[in-house]
Write a protein that binds this ligand. Structure first.
Ligand SMILES: *Cc1c(COP(=O)(O)O)cnc(C)c1O
Length: 268
């Protein structure tokens, strides 16, 4: 894995087009998870693999389901909602929204999502809580922290996380599970690792003063290019797309706009 990083083209991520392909790719990722856990002296059962299916069409998602996937991460809420409706027959499939949310889409998330990993504003927390209460549902949430300092990344500044956390007990339908981050996009593993270390150390500090009922058990960090480093630094959830489904044609800039473009743009 050394030298591999996010920009998919120099990676070997074979497309999965059959149930066997998914078995192979999932097994390869699980082997790497186990090896990273062994290096870090961790139990592989302490790491949850969240397959990320953004841009992947329904037919191939059904193959992944047949290969055993029972939860999926999606970056864009509307894409996730469409897929949830189309695959309502897969009743035990759990949907996790892992991308930035606008308040006007909180209602949709409240309808179908089991988890939301990109909470970074009280307006969104308030909107979600209100919609969830109306639906009689609760939602697992992760607070997204910007650990790279890049303007293109969503998430709270690390120094703002504690004050943010103090407000969350006001939203009883939100079950705060932990923190989430995206590392810097770099081939320099030391810089990537520093982002993961920052999130872990922040979690340790926040835990001491977290309001009662907020446990912050989870650290969601690591993607196809860097999940092994993330596990070495304490990840309990890794969000892996391309290494399971195959390299994605959509450029990452679609999900993480460059600093020069508006950061809150609508889905096409
Ligand atoms: C797409 C995405 C991932 C997974 O990225 P891969 O390179 O496909 O593994 C992880 N987290 C977020 C927030 C994403 O949008």
């Amino acid at each position: 894995m050394h030298g591999h990083f996010h920009h998919g083209k120099q990676q070997h991520w074979p497309q999965a087009d059959s149930v066997e392909d998914f078995h192979r790719n999932l097994a390869a990722v699980r082997r790497r998870i186990a090896a990273a856990c062994a290096r870090a002296g961790r139990d592989p059962a302490s790491v949850r693999l969240l397959p990320v299916s953004k841009t992947v069409p329904e037919e191939r998602i059904r193959l992944a389901y047949a290969a055993g996937c029972r939860e999926l991460g999606e970056n864009k809420v509307q894409e996730a909602g469409r897929k949830w409706e189309a695959m309502a027959d897969l009743a035990d499939l759990r949907w996790s929204v892992i991308g930035h949310l606008q308040t006007n889409k909180a209602r949709l998330v409240a309808r179908f999502a089991a988890e939301f990993q990109a909470l970074d504003s009280l307006r969104v927390a308030e909107a979600l809580d209100r919609r969830l209460q109306a639906e009689g549902r609760a939602l697992d949430v992760f607070i997204q922290v910007n650990t790279s300092g890049e303007a293109s990344k969503f998430g709270l500044a690390p120094q703002d996380a504690q004050a943010f956390l103090a407000h969350l007990p006001a939203f009883p339908a939100l079950r705060v599970r932990g923190l989430m981050t995206l590392a810097v996009f770099s081939a320099d593993i030391a810089r990537v690792r520093a982002c993961f270390v920052l999130l872990r150390e922040l979690r340790e500090r926040l835990r001491q003063e977290a309001p009662t009922g907020i446990a912050l058990e989870e650290l969601s960090m690591g993607m196809s290019g860097d999940y092994e480093v993330a596990i070495e630094e304490g990840a309990t959830v890794v969000r892996v797309g391309q290494a399971i489904f195959g390299a994605r044609a959509t450029p990452d800039s679609f999900y993480w706009p460059p600093p020069s473009s508006p950061t809150d743009k609508e889905e096409p």
